[in-house]
Write a protein that binds this ligand. Sequence first.
Ligand code: AMP
Length: 453
Amino acid sequence: MTFADVGLSDQLLRAVEDSGYGEPTPIQKQAIPSVLMGRDLIGIAQTGTGKTAAFVLPMIDILAEGRSRAMMPRSLILEPTRELAAQVAENFEKYGKYHKLSMALLIGGVQMGDQIKALEKGVDVLIATPGRLLDLFQRGKILLNGCEILVIDEADRMLDMGFIPDIEEIASKLPKSRQTLLFSATMPPPIQKLAQRFLNEPRQVEATRPATANVNIEQRLVKVDPDMKREALRRLLRGEDVRNAIIFCNRKSTVRDLATSLKRSGFAAGQIQGDMAQSERIAEFDRFKQDEINILVASDVAARGLDVKGVSHVFNFDVPWQPDDYVHRIGRTGRAGATGTAITLATREDRELVERIEKLVGSKIALLDAPREASSDDNPPDPAAKPAREKREKRHDRPRREERAGREDRAAREERAAPQEEVEAETGPSPIVEDIKPEWNGPLPAFLSVKAA
Ligand code: AMP
């Protein structure tokens, strides 16, 4: 089945072609025709399966007909975190480039003035985190009774973050005769109940998880002492058959320090993290794609959406705080039928995080023996560039796990939803745009900087 077979318009087919996609992913094949027919849908799928395009593409074609009215968005997409919301907005920009749809993004950490102005003019698509949306609704800035389509994305993550009461409140303010799409990686009972209450005879489609289903990715765990992480990584990079690798860290500061340290050790390494301007990130990513460098040290948010074929290895220098991020990270390798290896360095303190990942992917990650002790071969290639003794990683308190909380804690929850930004607030404001708070670490959709008239 090709994209032309799923029923999309010619403009969309052009935009998809520009994105370089050969054929629809399984979730897209199943979901797009049903959404185009106006049916409600439950999509059981994780990030990495192409699920965003599975709802964004048909929505663009549906919304191409009709006009927006002041303060009354025509469709609403709810996302648990601002990063995901910004990512969906980017997808709308990418696939909607041959359409004239208007969009607004309501997320914590971004000044609202221009977005409110855009809303007042009328938007076709509103992408929001639940807390920020309800705040604006309660201030009378939005009317939800013109919303023809509601998307609840990452529903199980919403549940973990205590957003379900907010979603129920929002959904009950939308017109009954609407189309509702719900995406979730798992379907625990509260999500099933939510679906029963707010969806009308939904079609259920499912895409297997890349981490469990992708037999092309060999996953390994290496147990290391916290002080030996860099040493262990260097040995793995030399010992393994590494053609090229993306190395993920949890903090921007670790990305910076590790990239510098690897360069000092003679590796052709670059970095990509949220304090870099978008243009710098793209330039660095291009160097990686062109094989000018073969190691890219990255933070999760900065690396989101990066698509490069033929990455032989992914290393998790830090075990990710969110199990979903693990799936997302390792999915950078083993793409398009190629094989890949994903190696996670874990210290004793990471045990609980590893268990959560294993629960999510449904299997134990096999242990790889810790790399051999240093030998003379492990010295940096250039003896003149003698590396300084590596400093210990600065210890920060790990962010608390999300707890279910009452509605009154909404704003706090949205803040907590971004542990990476929290611990790195000290790194100063993002150079990307002035009105983004210092903790913003996500991609910036271009329309955010467009002022409403
Ligand atoms: P998602 O599951 O929405 O997070 O998407 C994961 C990645 O798959 C993103 O980098 C998309 O750009 C990419 N993607 C989406 N649809 C396709 C497709 N049909 N073929 C190849 N890549 C795709």
